[in-house]
Design a protein around this ligand. Structure first.
Ligand code: PRP
Length: 212
């Protein structure tokens, strides 16, 4: 079979992705997983896995460096990458939400432009534009929940998984923007040129997801 390169999002989805491959009979040696290596290979040498930041997964896939990738739908909504999306993997469920302080004083009366901090400026811009709400977007890279606490923003648009980070910082969900789960994505050219290998893997992963 043609060797495939798969970009995996480091962080919350990485372990679950590797577990899914394991369950599908694609094994990566434990010493590779626990190493600092950024390029891993399965035991049968059919796949290379490259470990990249979540937002870089669609970049590597669009440019064809990786044939396939696994990242969240949130990353794809925010990305402008043109990639094929053959399979929803279902795990890594989170909500993208508008959140703000639990206790706030007369926000709507006082504000003409809502200040929104987020690592998802495209998603946030589209969401508020559709609702005719004027916003000033403040792009952050992490710890978004700090922004309303310290007065940098009135609202955040951020990922909510368990909701603990919001609760423990005195914030609450105000509106749900979207839901997100892990997605398998493919480079458009690879999807044609390596069609048989890619479809075999998509089929294998889909069947594995259906197994109890
Ligand atoms: C995400 C998100 C929230 C947190 C939500 O951050 O931005 O901060 O997880 O999870 P919870 O609902 O289970 O508390 P991440 O851990 O990806 O780190 P970041 O702050 O660097 O974005």
């Amino acid at each position: 079979m043609t060797k495939l390169t798969i970009a995996l999002a480091k962080g919350r989805l990485q372990d679950q992705a590797i577990k899914l491959f394991y369950k599908a009979g694609i094994y990566v040696a434990e010493e590779q997983i626990s190493s600092r290596k950024l390029i891993l290979e399965d035991k049968e040498k059919n796949y290379n896995f490259i470990l990249v930041k979540p937002t870089d997964v669609p970049v590597y896939v669009e440019h064809g460096i990786a044939d396939l990738g696994i990242c969240g739908q949130d990353v794809l909504l925010e990305s402008i990458a043109d990639v094929h999306q053959p399979l929803d993997l279902g795990f890594g469920y989170c909500r993208i939400a508008v959140a703000g302080k639990k206790q706030e004083d007369n926000l709507t009366k006082e504000l003409s432009v809502l200040r929104v901090a987020t690592k998802y400026p495209r998603i946030a811009a589209e969401y508020f534009q559709q609702r005719g709400v004027a916003v000033e977007l403040i792009k952050l890279s992490g710890s978004i929940e700090l922004a309303p606490l310290l007065g940098l923003a009135d609202r955040i648009v951020d990922l909510v998984e368990t909701g603990r980070t919001l609760i423990e910082n005195g914030l609450e969900i105000k509106e749900i923007v979207s839901e997100t789960t892990a997605q398998l994505i493919a480079n458009r050219a690879s999807f044609q040129l390596k069609r048989t290998s890619i479809l075999e893997l998509v089929d294998l992963l889909a069947k594995t997801l259906d197994k109890p």
